[in-house]
Design a protein around this ligand. Structure first.
Ligand code: SF4
Ligand code: SF4
Length: 218
């Protein structure tokens, strides 16, 4: 008799789209890379949920955003954040972000955390997407990668490499086999920066010169 496949809770990735992708090729690359990474994350989370584990991460839980001060970020991701903050963040949140960016100091947590939520959620870096914790939420100041490694999701390497390969045309690498080879060889690792090392004050200045008058959500 054919065995019934065991069903379980399933997490699904959703492709975030912006109309501007029609005219900004790098934006399309970035959003596709995030979609691929999110699919890998959803797959790995679903596997653990099926085993009866409980995902601790949820909206409003954000101590990781102040505790982690070594978040890697790739060049295209920085460009994406600049674009999103300048073009998409409006109203009081824009004022708050601008203030946080202008006053940003290394080691003081992420400047994009507003009222316990990520203000750049659709374009948050791969590192933030990949960091998922099971069991209990992180205590303030706790990095579960060191305190309880087994509770931290291990990213799906295949999807991660595919996501990184998706970013390579931004650096002039377009040929599919070359993209695959260089992504595997870790070419982007030579360009990665720590989010805390970026001079985010420059972004606050750029926001000053750019007035957004209407909502343009993706
Ligand atoms: S990583 Fe920790 S602090 Fe961040 S959302 Fe998940 S459980 Fe909460
Ligand atoms: S980018 Fe968003 S998710 Fe990542 S550390 Fe900052 S606030 Fe948290």
């Amino acid at each position: 008799m054919k065995r019934k496949k065991r069903q379980g809770p399933k997490v699904q990735a959703k492709r975030v789209t912006f109309p501007e992708e029609q005219t900004i090729p790098w934006l399309s690359m970035l959003m596709e890379a995030y979609f691929i990474a999110d699919k890998g994350i959803a797959l790995e989370i679903s596997k653990r949920l099926k085993r009866g584990e409980h995902l601790a991460c949820k909206k409003g839980c954000s101590s990781c955003c102040t505790t982690h001060v070594t978040i890697p970020i790739y060049p295209l991701e920085v460009v994406g954040i600049y674009w999103f903050v300048i073009e998409k963040i409006l109203g009081p949140e824009r004022d708050q972000i601008k203030k946080q960016l202008a006053n940003f100091e290394k080691g003081k947590g992420c400047p994009f955390l507003v009222d316990g939520a990520c203000a750049i959620h659709p374009v948050r870096p791969l590192a933030c997407r990949h960091f998922n914790v099971f069991g209990t939420p992180c205590r303030p100041g706790e990095d579960p990668y060191y305190t309880r490694r087994n509770d931290v999701l291990t990213p799906n390497e295949k999807y991660k490499q595919r996501a990184l390969a998706c970013m390579l045309p931004f650096h002039g690498i377009k040929e599919p086999s070359e993209k695959k080879r260089l992504a595997r060889a870790g070419i982007l690792d030579t360009m990665v920066k720590n989010m805390q090392e970026i001079e985010w004050q420059n972004l606050a200045t750029r926001m000053d010169g750019h007035i957004v008058t209407k909502t343009k959500t993706g």
